[in-house]
Design a protein around this ligand. Structure first.
Ligand SMILES: [Zn+2]
Length: 505
């Protein structure tokens, strides 16, 4: 649990913010919220969240209740469940890709109306576990493409392990409406074009069986009739609808962008899961005839190729490089400062939990959220605004006692922005261990600017509790920059969201 002193200190510093805002009205929340820019009497409480959790509804082993009990026992206050929506890979042979289709699937939320039961059970548990906020979500694999080498009889599915998390949609219809290859949401709405598309096979059939009787031989007419019939049959299997994206045509980031946009339209939050997870599943032979491979390279570039998502996994079980100074995360934040991106992308800690095992527990990787209230709405609001840091290390986790930018106007914590009013400002941080022990940590304070410069402006090593104070003198009118923290120790890693500063005179 977070030390009470830290929480009190945070509240104290935040109550100072409120005072300043009332006086100057210059501290503003970042876009993506539509909220009142006045902070009023807001105070924030740090709460620990486990994000990206699988239960026995999909690939996990434990029931939702068992997981909730573990979350409680491990001192977590928030549990965000993300069972897989659809686990299905299929190959359809063009041009009759519905008729001639091989599908491999496993049970997941979209199978057998499990989604409705899953959402109901989450609501019930959220109501019955008073000390826990339990929020619904799904893990999606929206898209993949097929690369077929006919000569080698080798089929390669690419991108199957590009995953995203949709959180807080709360409605089975909304989840089912997301464009996921093989799911209902991937179909374009039925319109008149289906009639036009199916007109030629109908005419062809008519010609082959009747009009062309005198002109062509029986064999040719039967061949034409069969082909037309196959097209009609294939169309009827999909109710003559058209899918937005096709696994046989690689459309780059578009299907992911469509998925992100659909989550936003349903008032949900979207996060890229494990963007650097590279996975190659070696070939397996199907009936001794063809070989099937699965390949997903590390794809942190998708953080830049897509827009409008809430955030991404900045910390998870693998090694992460997208958060290193100047890499993909900073590049997205700079695009935001330059006005080329409507919102910043926030980092979160992702546990990707499936079962309790030695060396893998529910609280090993956490997202610590600064919430206004311990409720579903409070948690979603903090996640939306990036008032959070990610930490790895379980019982040995580091903790951010303080990370604040202080100007003459006010103060801002991670996820917030404060103006400089033409005067010098300070960024200060205090790192300690959640369990109160002492450990040597290595801290980097990273600054990014709208000019595209990313720099480690302070680097220091020392024992916890480690204090750092960094002073800057001037930020020109209307210029913006941000500061974020990267901290490592032998047992833990901590990655904070940025604090933004805006130059005003
Ligand atoms: Zn995944």
């Amino acid at each position: 649990m977070v030390g009470l002193k830290g929480a009190q200190r945070l509240r104290r510093s935040l109550s100072q913010i409120c005072l300043h805002v009332l006086l100057f009205g210059l501290l503003t929340p970042l876009p993506g919220d539509g909220q009142d820019p006045q902070w009023g009497s807001r105070t924030f409480e740090p709460v620990r969240a486990a994000i990206h959790v699988h239960s026995s509804y999909s690939t996990g082993d434990e029931s939702l209740r068992e997981i909730a009990e573990q979350a409680r026992a491990n001192g977590l206050a928030v549990l965000i469940l993300t069972d897989d929506d659809l686990l299905e890979v299929s190959y359809g042979l063009p041009p009759w890709s519905r008729l001639l289709r091989v599908t491999q699937s496993e049970e997941a939320l979209f199978t057998d109306n499990r989604l409705e039961a899953y959402l109901d059970e989450i609501r019930q548990l959220d109501a019955s576990f008073e000390d826990l906020v339990i929020i619904d979500g799904v893990e999606s694999a929206p898209y993949y493409t097929w690369d077929v080498d006919w000569a080698q009889r080798r089929w390669t599915v690419r991108g199957w392990n590009k995953h995203l998390l949709a959180i807080g949609l709360d409605s089975a219809d909304a989840y089912r409406g997301l464009p996921v290859l093989g799911g209902d949401g991937m179909w374009l709405p039925q319109d008149g074009s289906a009639v036009l598309r199916m007109l030629w096979p109908v005419l062809g059939l008519f010609y082959a069986l009747w009009l062309g009787r005198r002109m062509h031989g029986t064999v040719l007419r039967l061949l034409v009739a069969s082909i037309c019939l196959l097209f009609l049959l294939d169309g009827s299997l999909g109710d003559f609808r058209v899918a937005r994206f096709d696994a046989n045509v690689d459309t780059g980031p578009q299907p992911y962008q469509a998925w992100i946009d659909a989550v936003a339209a349903a008032d949900g939050l979207s996060f890229w899961a494990h963007p650097e997870a590279a996975l190659t599943i070696p070939a397996h032979s199907v009936a001794g005839i063809v070989e099937v491979h699965s390949q997903t390279p590390a794809h942190a570039g998708d953080l830049l190729a897509t827009q409008g998502y809430t955030g991404f996994a900045a910390l998870y079980a693998d090694n992460v490089t997208a958060t290193e100074p100047g890499r993909e995360w900073d590049q997205t934040l700079i695009e935001y400062l330059q006005g080329r991106r409507a919102r910043p992308s926030w980092g979160m800690g992702e546990i990707d939990y499936h079962r309790q095992e030695r060396g893998a527990e529910l609280h090993d990787i956490q997202t610590v959220l600064f919430v206004e209230e311990r409720s579903r709405q409070g948690v979603l609001e903090a996640l939306t605004h990036g008032r959070a840091y990610a930490v790895r290390g379980g019982d040995e986790a580091l903790q951010l006692q303080r990370f604040v930018a202080t100007t003459v106007v006010g103060e801002a914590v991670a996820g917030q922005q404060v103006s400089t009013a033409g005067k010098p400002w300070t960024v200060s941080a205090v790192i300690d261990k959640a369990n109160g022990t002492t450990e040597v940590v290595d801290l980097r304070l990273v600054r990014g600017t709208a000019q595209g410069q990313v720099e480690v402006v302070a680097r220091l090593s020392g024992s916890t509790p480690l204090h750092v104070e960094h002073v800057e003198t001037r930020l020109p009118q209307d210029e913006q920059c941000y500061f974020r923290l990267l901290v490592t120790s032998r047992t833990s890693i901590l990655t904070s969201n940025p604090i933004f500063l805006r130059g005003t005179d």
